[in-house]
Design a protein around this ligand. Sequence first.
Ligand SMILES: NC(=O)c1ccc[n+]([C@@H]2O[C@H](COP(=O)([O-])OP(=O)(O)OC[C@H]3O[C@@H](n4cnc5c(N)ncnc54)[C@H](OP(=O)(O)O)[C@@H]3O)[C@@H](O)[C@H]2O)c1
Length: 214
Amino acid sequence: MTTFGIIGAGNIGSQVARAAIAAGYDVVISNSRGPETLADLVADLGPKARAATAVEAAEAADIAVVTVPLKAYDAVPVEPLAGKIVIDTNNYYFERDGHIAALDNGLDTVSSMLQRHLVNSKVAKGFNHIKSDDITTDGAPAGSENRRALATSSDFEEAAEFVNGFYDAIGFDTVNVGPLSESWRVERDQPAYVVRQNKQELIENLTKATRATA
Ligand SMILES: NC(=O)c1ccc[n+]([C@@H]2O[C@H](COP(=O)([O-])OP(=O)(O)OC[C@H]3O[C@@H](n4cnc5c(N)ncnc54)[C@H](OP(=O)(O)O)[C@@H]3O)[C@@H](O)[C@H]2O)c1
């Protein structure tokens, strides 16, 4: 488990790349326009990073990260991610992604959609409710007072456990929300969304979540 293959190189992809490199991983990072457009980012990330196409990043991944606008989720390569843990940072913004009725009506979750697309992968939600810059600035050693907590969620225990360990390695506690069908609790506009909270506060905010109804 040594290489993060990152699909999406924007605010979150670049920051997860920095965090992964700091935690000792190699990174292969991709965007929609091609590796040559990532030269500055890769130079900034240093020798443990290289740019590639999305397919190549997926192939190289021991652990993958999908961090694209939700409207592009079905362009994520399927076959090279089969059998792999895939961390899904995505959120639904109808203003950007267009309306998706099942999300508007509380009948689906963002990460369940990606799991159905990546049918043989092990999707775990991660990093969706933290502002990108905070990923590399707000972490603290395990046991620190008021350590920030982040949520994960997966239908695969192994995937949730990986995210738990990765969060801990880069400075965050974890709350496991349960299966992806429950991950709406940490989606946009819920009390736990993009606020700084410690583990107890995150647990409380998750219980305060209310779901849109059809
Ligand atoms: N910004 C935040 O603080 C934040 C926090 C939590 C979660 N999120 C969520 O995480 C996701 C990414 O957010 P972001 O702010 O990082 O977005 P962003 O800055 O707009 O970056 C999106 C990245 O995805 C790439 N991309 C688009 N379509 C692609 C495709 N088909 N194949 C490969 N790469 C593709 C883009 O490449 P090109 O530039 O080449 O098109 C770009 O590198 C979104 O769902 C967002 O809602 C964001």
